[in-house]
Write a protein that binds this ligand. Structure first.
Ligand code: PGA
Length: 249
């Protein structure tokens, strides 16, 4: 049984003060909540103070992005050991906004994934097709390529720390959620792809979470599907009541 993951991706939102305030309230709200893996990914500016605010709580901390090199002349970048040093446990890799706005490729995703694993971070690898790709019936080819190239050369031992987030690009921030049936179809396909690359047990045990306009209203029907193991939530995670509503679906 895979423990459901509910992860908040705050993107470029919230000051340090707002992030800490939200985190403290969330830590209280999630006291004793063992049946969900609750994760928040604040902006990089707030990671360290939020990690202090979450100490001893059941809420886990994630970063939104990282560079694959350990250190050096990479102005503006943050490395995996720096994130680990700040108390991060998880890292989002290959979010569609990184891919479409910042040119992130499957090869970069793979480099970041290897670096994250080397420094003990748990990666959440994001995949998803654009509207154009869906309309041209390329969804499964695109997803297969993202999973295979993104996870290339990862050992079966390490893959246990990796989760996948399926986020159809056309559903992110648009209010257009994939229907539970449509999401389930892709989740099942990702599980089959993982099984064929890494073996049946990896396919069966890897958490595959859904992202794209998740709200307290639609989380229940998504989570009813057997291959949907949680949610990566953008817009609806910025509001405390809305995010806690999703956690308690
Ligand atoms: P959304 O974003 O919930 O606002 O659609 C999801 C994401 O980008 O992770």
């Amino acid at each position: 049984m895979i423990k459901p993951i509910i992860a908040a991706n705050w993107k470029m939102n919230k000051t340090v003060g707002e992030s800490v305030d939200f985190s403290q309230r969330l830590a209280k709200e999630c006291e004793g909540l063992e049946e969900r893996e609750v994760i928040i990914a604040p902006p990089a500016t707030a990671l360290y103070t939020v990690s202090l605010a979450l100490k001893g709580s059941t809420v886990h901390l994630s970063a939104q992005n990282m560079h694959w090199e350990e250190k050096g002349a990479f102005t503006g970048e943050i490395s995996a050991p720096m994130l680990a040093d700040m108390g991060c446990e998880y890292i989002l890799i290959g979010h569609s906004e990184r891919r479409s706005l910042f040119g992130e490729t499957n090869e970069w995703v793979n480099k970041k994934l290897q670096a994250a694993l080397n420094f003990g971070l748990k990666p959440i690898v994001c995949v998803g097709e654009t509207l154009k790709e869906r309309e041209s019936e390329a969804t499964f080819d695109v997803i297969k390529k993202q999973v295979k190239e993104g996870l290339n050369n990862i050992s079966t031992g390490d893959i246990g720390c990796v989760s996948i987030a399926y986020e159809p690009v056309w559903a992110i921030g648009t209010g257009k959620t994939a229907t539970p049936e449509l999401a389930e179809e892709v989740h099942r396909f990702i599980r089959e792809t993982l099984s064929s690359c890494f073996g049946e047990s990896v396919g069966a045990e890897t958490a595959i979470i859904y992202g794209g306009s998740v709200t307290p209203k639609n989380i229940g029907e998504l989570m009813d599907k057997p291959n949907i193991n949680g949610a990566l939530v953008g817009g609806a995670s910025l509001d405390f009541e809305s995010f806690t509503g999703i956690i308690r679906y």
